[in-house]
Design a protein around this ligand. Structure first.
Ligand code: NAD
Length: 251
């Protein structure tokens, strides 16, 4: 073990942390996302070519997310506990568009703003013209009138599609450049630029990956916990909070 005390931590989460809540990860083995090719539903071109299909796809994701069957899990809870109890800085960046980090945080009275959603949020929509953002858990369709410009067809999901610029990158890179512990959880390392965040940490930053299996970026980490996030995170977070980082060694 090289380092026992961290004063700043960046956590990056991906679809894997929400898998135990019943939300499917990005690509199944057949290369499809919920039976769709990415190009059909998650690009600006797809929205121009077939807005009905894109709305249908995100409406279904939204409906599932806000159904009774989906709840945050022990992985989300462990991270919320760290944010609440850690004495230094914790920056939580998620690629997920669900609100399960917020739900876990609310149970501990954390404000919703503790989560940086770099790929947007399912619970929000945006005016294509003004870029104003609105919260809504309801379905969208191409005839819905925008609350700000009053035009039908101007509302789109507040989601970063492939080919678009993620949100809050300046803030994220600043936190990465200062952090002493970087933990990447449940992300495949296939989606740019989040896949490269580990390379933006300083040389002496301790880098830890939590995943079911090794990923393409695993060699860039000092150590890894292989297993489900909901199983591994409670113990890991407890270790960090107690300063008992005995299992953190540099490979
Ligand atoms: P990904 O689907 O490419 O990879 C998921 C990773 O999680 C895999 O490496 C897998 O081994 C791992 N994993 C699966 N179950 C796990 C578990 N229980 N514990 C720990 N790890 C587990 O996901 P990504 O890298 O986040 O990229 C997906 C993109 O798709 C993101 O841009 C995201 O916005 C979007 N997406 C979001 C959601 C969501 O909001 N929940 C769901 C699907 C896709």
């Amino acid at each position: 073990m090289n380092k026992q005390n961290f004063s700043s931590i960046v956590i990056l989460t991906g679809a894997g942390i929400s898998a135990e809540s019943g939300i499917k990860t990005f690509r199944d083995q057949d290369g499809l996302w919920e039976n769709h090719r990415i190009e059909e539903v998650a690009t600006p071109e797809a929205f121009i070519a077939n807005p009905d299909l894109v709305h249908l796809f995100y409406n279904a994701r939204r409906e599932q997310l806000f159904s009774e069957e989906v709840e945050h899990n022990k992985g989300h809870e462990a991270i919320a506990t760290l944010i609440k109890e850690f004495k230094g800085d914790v920056t939580l960046v998620t690629q997920n568009v669900d609100d399960l980090h917020e739900r876990a945080g609310r149970a501990l009275n954390l404000p919703d703003g503790h989560v940086i959603h770099m790929h947007g949020e399912l619970s929000k929509m945006r005016c294509k013209e003004t870029q104003n953002v609105f919260t809504s858990e309801h379905s969208l369709d191409k005839n819905l009138r925008c609350p700000c410009c009053k035009r039908p067809g101007n509302l789109r999901p507040h989601i970063v599609w492939f080919g678009e610029m993620p949100f809050y990158l300046d803030k994220i890179y600043e936190a990465l450049s200062k952090c002493e512990l970087f933990i990447s959880i449940g992300t495949s390392g296939n989606v740019y630029p989040a896949s490269q965040f580990v390379s933006f940490t300083q040389e002496d930053c301790y880098r830890l990956e939590v995943n079911l299996a090794e990923t393409t970026v695993s060699p860039l980490f000092h150590n890894r916990r292989i297993g489900k996030a909901g199983d591994t995170l409670p113990e890991l977070i407890e270790d960090i909070l107690k300063g008992h980082l005995f299992n953190l060694s540099r490979d």
